[in-house]
Structures are given as C-alpha cells and as structure tokens.
Ligand binder design. Structure first.
Ligand SMILES: [Zn+2]
Length: 694
C-alpha cells in the first residue's frame, strides 16, 4: 500500500513535470497558430469594420483604411513633414491657381478664374497630408476650400466651375470635378461629414441625365473617365443605390477604350499611368476577366516598348514617341504619383503583390529624385539617365520644348500641384484591412496602425520599425489590451527569395515565397513580436532592348552612378514654362530655383567580369541619418563600390542631353577606376542604366 502510494506520487509528479515541460517548449498562445502562404487574399468573408465592395461588385482583396488610421514614422514621416513645411504646405502662398481672390473654386458659385485641375490636384494630397499628420491648420484650410465646393452645388447637382465648357456642344469638362470627388472621398473617410454622400449622389444624378454625346467628350476627361468610375463605385459601396451601377456602365462606355490589346487611346505619360487601370476598375462590376487582363496588358504594352529601363516607369516626356526608348527619356512627376496611386488601387482590387513591387520601385527609385531634398522645388521631367537638370530647351531630344528639366517651385504647372498626393496616398496604403477581419502589411515602412481586428470589435495597434528599403530587417510589435485572434498577412517582395519570418523568436512554420503573403492567424498577445528579414543582395538586370545596358539592384533599390552635383541658383520667375503663373507677393528668396550640372565625369561604363556580383560590388553601409532623411547624396545610408571605365565617345549630344546609350559591350582603352554607386532615389543627376565595357 505504502509502496503503491509512493509510485503514485512519482507518477503524478512525472506527469506534472512532463506537462510543464511540453508547455514550456510550446507556449500556450502558439497552440492555435495557423501559418500559410497565399498568393491572393481569401474573399469569402466580408470585413465587419471597413467599407469594401458591396455586392454585386467583385469583393476587394485588400481594403483601404480611413486616413488617419496609420501614423507614419521614420523616413516617411520626415517626408510628409518636408511636404508640410515645403511646397505642398505653402503652395497656397505662391501659386496663382491657389489664390483665393476671384478663384472659381472658392467663389461658391463656380464663377471666377483658375477653375480647372490645379486646385483639386493640390487639395487631393494636401488634405490627406493633414489627416495623416493630424495637422489642424491643414485640415482647417482643406475644409475652407471644400465648404466652398459644397456651396457651389447647383440645384441640378452640378458643382464647381464650368472651366472648359465646349462652345459648340455646351458639354462641360468633367475632369477637374473627378479630382475634387477624390478630395471629398478622403475627407468623408476621415471626417464622416454627412454632407458628402448627398452631395455626390446629387452630382451623379446630374451626370445620369447627360446624353452620351455630351459626356466625356474632350481629351483629358475622355482619357481619365476611370477616375470618375472609381468614385461611382466608392459611393455605391456606401449607399447601395443600384442606379449608380447603370451610371458606371455609361461612364465606361463613354471613356476612351483602354482595352485595345495592341494600342492605347493615347500615349501621354500621365494618362497611361492613371488610365490603364480603368478596365480593372470596371472589372469590379462585370467580373469578366478580360477587363482585368486589359489593365495588365496595358501595363506591359507600354513597358515592353518604353519601359526597358530601371525605376518602375517608362519614357514618355509628355508622350511616348516611336523610336525614343532610351533611358534618357523622362517621365512627368504627375506620371510617377499617378502610377503609385494606380498600383495602390490595383493592389486592393487584385491582391497581386506585383503592384506593390511596382509602387515601391517608383516610390524608392524615381519619385524622390524629382524633388529637391527640402521639398521646396520640383521638376517636371526626370529620367533614369539624366546628367543635366537645367532650364534650357532640350527638344526634340525630349518632346517637351522649353525649360522642363529644372528644379523650380514656380514652374511645372500640373506637377507643381499634383505632386501632393504621392507620399500621403503611399502612407495610407502601408497597411490594409483584409476581408477576414485581419490586417496586411503591404508596403513596408516605419508606422503605427490602429485598426479594428478579429471578431470582437476590438482595436489593436501594430507598430512597425524599420529603415526599409535601406535595411532588410523589419520589426512589428503588437499592442492590445487583451489577447485577440486575427490573421496578419505579410507581403513578401518579388525580389526576395529567402525571407525569414519569426513570431516571438520562433521561425514560422511555412516557407515564405516571393510575391506571396505569409498569413499568420493566431491569438495575438500584447507585446508579441514579428521579426521579418528580407535578405538583400546585389543583382543585375540586363536591358537587351536598350543596347544590352545593365542596372544594379540591392533589394528593391536600384543604383546610380554618384555624380557630383553642382547647384546653380537661378531666377525662378524668368525663363520658365509658358503657362506658369504665381502670386504677386510670392517671395522668391524663400523659393529658390536651381539648375543642376555635373561636376564630375558621368560617362562611365561598368567594368564587369564573370565573377559573382558579391565579389564585384562592395556594399558600404553607413549610419542612419540623424534627420531621418536618406534621399540625399550626403546622407544616403548605403553605397556600392565597383569598377568602371570612362567611355570617351559617350558625351552630351546636340540637344544637351546625355547621348543615347552605346551598344554594350563597349570597347575602350581607358583605365579601370573605382566608382561609387548610390540609390537612384538620392541621385538627382544619374546614370542608372549603364553601358558595360569589355
Ligand atoms: Zn505634371
């Protein structure tokens, strides 16, 4: 009996220790962790908290969170602050179009001057900048303008100026109104102002009455009807009024045909970057994959011919022109920010990670170089290979005739206003909600998101800390007042084949794949940590269509030759684009314009051997800049060292542009030299598609 008792004690103790041991090895909160790798987000559920597509529309894969949900941090916060303190925040003080005096957007009745695209272009990004920074002054100015737009609505539903009413047909140009609708949508998402829904409803009722021959007739509105279409679906998702879907059909059929297969309605850079998504937008209603495929086809059509260059864009300096495919061909700043917006929207419609890849490519490699580091000036055109940035006429080397390459806050009329949306929209899409009440990290940057997640109406905060794309490590901290079950999706970039993801120090039980999401569903506890590593390495792209030139990447960053940049301050209000205007009191000393000239040789080819790239390129990592701003030559935290040779015959051509690329490999007998490459986003003069020397 006594012996039996001691065996029992022993057995119980052993069981207890085993139990503790098993549970020590495997924490309780991991028991229900489900990890999978998915190419698309499942859409069988409907998100309980955030407005998505309403039936019969195709469900969205990823849902935009209301502006203000994501607090930008790190370099994206710094960029938004530069916008606030620079051109975006102060454009109202210098731009003639934003002068409130006798302004057709500010008169409350549509009468006055400057009633076309400039005010809504600027307000679109300016408002969102305010919502994201919780800046009461910007929000108050935004409301001032929007109040006047509400006031301007006519009894028939039309609002705003009648800027370009066609004298013959009496049809009105609806393009500027399309942009203003986007301002209203963001404002509503942020404020829930109850005037917005009836305002838009009344306007679209008016649109419904227009006969087809008076709808979207002129060039810009006809190209860009997709923006109008997107707003109709936005409203439908909030009201469910079925007549809106009929109006959507009407808008689609009166918009230029972006489904031609082997051609585009026009090859204007901004139109292409903005309008190629029109068929995919209409796909949400038709659910016919040929519409979705048309958008993919347009994207590849322009890139196959004009986009055989680094930086995510294509050469169309005003328009893409037959035969002008060299990386010295440029794109407008408007084109860059519209492309980013298209990528963000298409990510929501398709869930396809390739749109996030393209958005990051443009955001990291192309857009930062289009503006001055202090965000107090920008240029109209920026090219992957660009060794002079001045106010001379370089036409017909580039199509635009006039001073289109200089950094000037008084010039570049459309870009001067439209640039504003680029970073605010990007920052609003760092995180997106998923149909299964989860959250997806889709564009990586330091930020803090607070969103309703799981099934219990609970707000959870996730804080992301990283120097991505300048660093390969990303940390996500979960903050929740009580444990909550929800799925977290992590996008794996297309360039990354060996991502490592850990939850609370343990590698997750699924192998991440490029251009897929890792889905982690578990009960998340306060202070849970997700560590992501996207190992970066030097890679090379060869552009066979552009003389076998090469571009060098390290992760998502493409590299340019580091060219010494000499900045020459110039008079910003003389010798500028013909349609530039400014306010009489604009203080030029506060808003300097610059020409930038090369103060070192730029005509290098890379001297590559057959050795592994890791042996031919030395990666130099420098300390993170104290001001959190990495897009300058001085402060960029990563450089590459490699070998190059001067190509003497590659010079400026008769148009004052770097000549088109020589055919690689190029035979030269110049000496091999050490050269330095920097991220092309920090290079305002750049060679980023290199010839190769033999
Ligand atoms: Zn522009």
């Amino acid at each position: 009996m006594r012996k039996y008792f001691s065996y029992s004690i022993f057995a119980i103790a052993f069981a207890a220790i085993s139990f503790l041991f098993i549970n020590w090895k495997k924490p309780v909160n991991n028991d229900n962790e489900k990890v999978s790798v998915v190419q698309r987000i499942p859409t069988t559920a409907i998100n309980k908290y955030y407005v998505s597509n309403k039936a019969p529309l195709q469900p969205l894969q990823l849902i935009k969170l209301p502006p203000g949900s994501i607090k930008p941090q790190g370099w994206i916060l710094k960029y938004l602050e530069l916008q606030r303190d620079g051109l975006t925040g102060h454009l109202g003080e210098i731009s003639a179009w934003l002068d409130k005096r006798n302004n057709a957007w500010y008169s409350g009745n549509g009468e006055g001057d400057h009633g076309w695209e400039e005010v809504p272009y600027w307000l679109k990004g300016y408002g969102d900048l305010g919502y994201e920074l919780h800046d009461s002054s910007i929000i108050s100015t935004t409301k001032d303008w929007l109040n006047k737009v509400f006031e301007s609505q006519q009894p028939d539903g039309y609002f705003g100026p009648r800027a370009k009413e066609d004298a013959k047909t009496k049809s009105v140009d609806l393009w500027p109104n399309m942009i203003m609708l986007w301002c209203m949508q963001s404002y509503y998402e942020y404020s829930k102002d109850e005037r917005v829904i009836p305002f838009m409803t009344k306007y679209f009722k008016w649109q419904s009455t227009l006969p087809d021959d008076k709808l979207l007739e002129t060039y810009w509105e006809n190209s860009r009807g997709g923006d109008n279409l997107y707003s109709i679906y936005w409203l439908y998702n909030r009201t469910g009024e079925k007549w809106l879907l009929q109006l959507a059909n009407k808008i689609h059929h009166n918009t230029a045909n972006w489904m031609q297969g082997d051609n585009l309605p026009n090859w204007h850079n901004v139109n292409v970057a903005q309008c190629f998504r029109e068929p995919a937008t209409y796909f949400m209603e038709t659910k016919d994959s040929s519409y979705l495929n048309a958008t993919y086809n347009d994207f590849h059509l322009i890139r196959n011919i004009y986009g055989q260059v680094p930086g995510g864009m294509f050469g169309a300096d005003e328009n893409a022109r037959k035969g002008y495919t060299d990386p010295r061909q440029a794109v407008e700043t408007c084109g860059m920010v519209e492309q980013m917006a298209s990528d963000e929207i298409l990510l929501g419609i398709t869930g396809d990670c390739k749109w996030a890849d393209n958005c990051e490519d443009v955001a990291f490699n192309t857009y930062p170089a289009a503006v001055m580091p202090d965000f107090r000036g920008l240029r109209y055109l920026t090219a992957p290979n660009m060794v002079v940035s001045d106010n001379k006429n370089h036409s017909p080397g580039i199509e635009n005739a006039g001073p289109f390459l200089t950094m000037n806050p008084f010039s570049s009329r459309c870009c001067q206003h439209n640039h504003s949306q680029g970073w605010p929209y990007y920052a609003e899409h760092l995180w997106m909600a998923t149909p299964d009440n989860g959250l997806a990290a889709v564009l990586y940057n330091s930020s803090e998101v607070t969103a309703k997640l799981g099934n219990n109406n609970k707000e959870v905060t996730l804080k992301q800390t990283t120097h991505y794309p300048f660093d390969e490590n990303i940390l996500i901290d979960v903050h929740t007042t009580s444990p909550e079950n929800f799925p977290l999706y992590l996008r794996v970039p297309g360039w990354c084949n060996n991502a490592v993801i850990k939850v609370n120090g343990e590698i997750v039980s699924a192998s991440p794949q490029a251009d897929n999401y890792v889905r982690i569903e578990r009960k998340w506890n306060n202070n849970d940590k997700v560590e992501i590593t996207f190992p970066m390495q030097v890679t090379k792209r060869v552009w066979n269509e552009n003389k076998n030139s090469v571009s060098i990447n390290y992760g998502p960053l493409t590299f340019s030759l580091k060219i010494k940049e000499a900045y020459e301050k110039i008079n910003g209000t003389s010798n500028l684009q013909a349609d530039s205007k400014w306010q009489p009191g604009a203080d030029q000393s506060q808003w300097p314009a610059y020409n930038i000239y090369p103060a070192s040789m730029w005509n290098y080819g890379l001297n590559l051997s057959g050795a592994p790239l890791s042996q031919q390129f030395e990666v130099i990592k420098k300390s993170w800049p104290a001001n959190d701003f990495p897009f300058t030559q001085k402060d960029v935290p990563i450089e590459l060292k490699t070998k190059g040779k001067i190509i003497p015959q590659w010079t400026l051509d008769k148009y004052g542009l770097c000549d088109t690329l020589p055919q690689s490999p190029v035979s030269v007998n110049t000496n091999v030299q050490d050269i330095t490459l920097i991220p092309m986003g920090a290079a305002r003069l750049r060679i980023s598609a290199f010839p190769v020397t033999d």
